[in-house]
Design a protein around this ligand. Structure first.
Ligand SMILES: Cc1ncc(COP(=O)(O)O)c(C=O)c1O
Length: 391
C-alpha cells in the first residue's frame, strides 16, 4: 500500500512527515513495514520513556483495558487515584488534575493561576509572563503563551494576557508589573533549542515571585518525568514551584496530561471550574502508574543522569568538528551544529537506521527512552557522529 499517497489524500497536512511507517517495536528498537530496524533516540518526542513493549507496561495497560477502559469523571476510578497519589509523593506537590495532553495541562495551569489571583486580588491581575524561545502548545491560548513570534500568526484573536521576557534578569525585571499573576517556564526549553535555564535566572524568578505573590508555573511537559535524571526538570534548580504541568512521558505512550499544584492552590478549583471527558481515563492512568513505579525505583533516575553524562563525555572524546556545543541535562540533549544542517543530519540518520530529532535549524535533539543501555547509546552516537562529520 502507498501510505504516503493515502496520507496526502486523507490527512490534513500539519506535519512534515518522513515516508517511514513503523509497525512494531521492542526496547529501544523500532521496525518499519520492510522489517528495517531503527535505534530510537527520540522516544516519540519524549513519550515512550520505557521504550517499546515493556512487559510491565503492556500488562498494566492490557489488564486495565480488559477490566474497564472508561467511565467518566462523575465517578471515582482506582487507576487515577493510584497515579495521583504516586505523582504527588514523587514531587513536592499537593494535588493533581488529569487531562490528555501537554497543551491541555498548560491550559489548566493558566486557569488555576488566574483563578487564584482573581480570588485574592480581583480582576486585572491575570497576566502570565513566559520566556522568549519557549513552547507551550498548539491551542489558541498556549500558542499565545509560546514566546516565539512565528506562532502568533493566522489564528487571531488569541487569548490576551501574556507578556514575554528574555532569559535575563534585566528583561525579567522590566517585564514584571502589577498585572502579573504568574510566570511560566520550562526548566529546559525543548522545542526552543534545548536550553537549560541559568540558575541565577531561576533564583531571581523565585525571589521576585515570593515578594509579589506571583505564582511560578513549571511546564514540565518535555523535561519532566525523569527525563533529566531527576523527577522534574525544576528539581535541578532546588526550587519548589506552585504549579507544574506534565504530559508526554507520564504514561509512557498513551495520551495523558496532568496539572499539579502545591498546598497554597489545592482548594482553588471547585466543581464546575474545570474538567475533561477523558482526563483521568482508567487506561492512561494505569499506564502512568506503571511508569511512576519505574521512576520511583531505587537508582533508576541516577542511571538516567549517568547516561546523560555518558553522552556528553562521548562527544567530548569524539571532538566532532561540526559541533559547537552539546548541552542539556540527563537524557534531554541538544547538539548544536556549526551550520543549519540539523534536518539533513536527521534525514541521513534515518536512512542509517537511527532516529534523532531537531530543535530549530542547527540543533540535533536527543530524547532517548530512559531505559536505553550505554551499549545502545554508544552504537547510536557512533553512527550519529559519523553523519555529523560528513555534512
Ligand atoms: C514544553 C512543552 N509544553 C507543551 C507542549 C505541548 O504538548 P502536547 O503536544 O502534548 O499538547 C510541548 C510539546 O512538545 C512541550 O514540549
Amino acid at each position: 500500500m502507498d501510505y504516503v499517497s493515502y496520507s496526502k489524500k486523507y490527512l490534513m497536512d500539519t506535519y512534515g512527515q518522513f515516508p517511514v511507517v513503523f509497525t512494531h517495536g521492542k526496547g529501544c528498537k523500532l521496525y518499519d513495514t520492510c522489517e528495517k530496524e531503527y535505534l530510537d533516540l527520540t522516544s516519540g518526542i519524549g513519550v515512550s520513556s520505557l521504550g517499546y513493549g515493556n512487559d510491565d507496561w503492556v500488562n498494566a495497560v492490557t489488564e486495565q483495558v480488559k477490566n474497564l477502559a472508561h467511565t467518566s469523571n462523575i465517578f471515582l476510578n482506582i487507576p487515577s487515584l493510584t497515579a495521583a497519589k504516586k505523582l504527588t509523593e514523587l514531587s513536592c506537590m499537593s494535588k493533581v488534575f488529569f487531562c490528555n495532553s501537554g497543551a491541555e495541562a498548560n491550559e489548566g495551569a493558566i486557569k488555576l493561576a488566574r483563578k487564584y489571583s482573581y480570588l485574592k486580588y480581583g480582576s486585572g491581575r491575570s497576566t502570565i509572563i513566559t520566556l522568549n524561545k519557549s513552547f507551550h502548545g498548539r491551542t489558541i491560548t498556549t500558542l499565545k503563551a509560546t514566546g516565539q513570534e512565528k506562532f502568533h500568526k493566522y489564528f487571531d484573536p488569541f487569548t490576551e494576557g501574556f507578556k514575554y521576557t528574555d532569559v535575563t534578569i534585566a528583561s525579567l525585571e522590566e517585564t514584571i508589573d502589577d498585572t502579573v499573576c504568574a510566570i511560566m517556564m520550562e526548566a529546559i526549553q525543548g522545542e526552543g533549542g534545548v536550553n537549560p535555564l541559568p540558575k541565577e535566572f531561576v533564583d531571581k524568578v523565585f525571589e521576585i515571585s515570593k515578594k509579589k505573590d506571583i505564582l511560578v508555573i513549571f511546564d514540565e511537559v518535555q523535561c519532566g518525568m525523569g527525563r533529566t535524571g531527576k523527577m522534574f526538570g525544576y528539581n535541578n534548580f532546588n526550587v519548589e514551584p506552585d504549579i507544574v504541568s506534565t504530559a508526554k512521558g507520564l504514561a509512557g505512550g498513551l495520551p495523558i496530561g496532568a496539572v499539579l499544584c502545591n498546598k497554597k492552590l489545592e482548594d482553588t478549583f471547585v466543581p464546575g471550574d474545570h474538567g475533561s471527558t477523558f482526563g483521568g481515563n482508567l487506561v492512561s492512568t494505569a499506564a502512568a502508574g506503571c511508569v511512576l513505579d519505574v521512576l520511583g525505583k531505587d537508582g533508576f533516575l541516577d542511571s538516567v543522569a549517568e547516561k546523560g553524562k555518558f553522552i556528553k563525555e562521548f562527544f567530548k572524546n569524539a571532538a566532532t568538528k561540526n559541533v559547537v556545543e552539546v548541552r542539556g541535562i540527563g537524557l534531554m540533549v541538544g547538539i548544536q551544529l556549526t551550520s543549519n544542517k540539523a534536518s539533513e543530519v536527521q534525514k541521513k540518520a534515518l536512512e542509517n537506521g537511527l532516529l534523532v530529532l531537531t530543535a530549530g535549524a542547527n540543533v540535533i535533539r536527543l530524547l532517548p527512552p530512559l531505559v536505553i543501555t550505554k551499549e545502545e547509546l554508544n552504537k547510536g552516537l557512533t553512527n550519529l557522529v559519523k553523519i555529523i562529520e560528513l555534512i
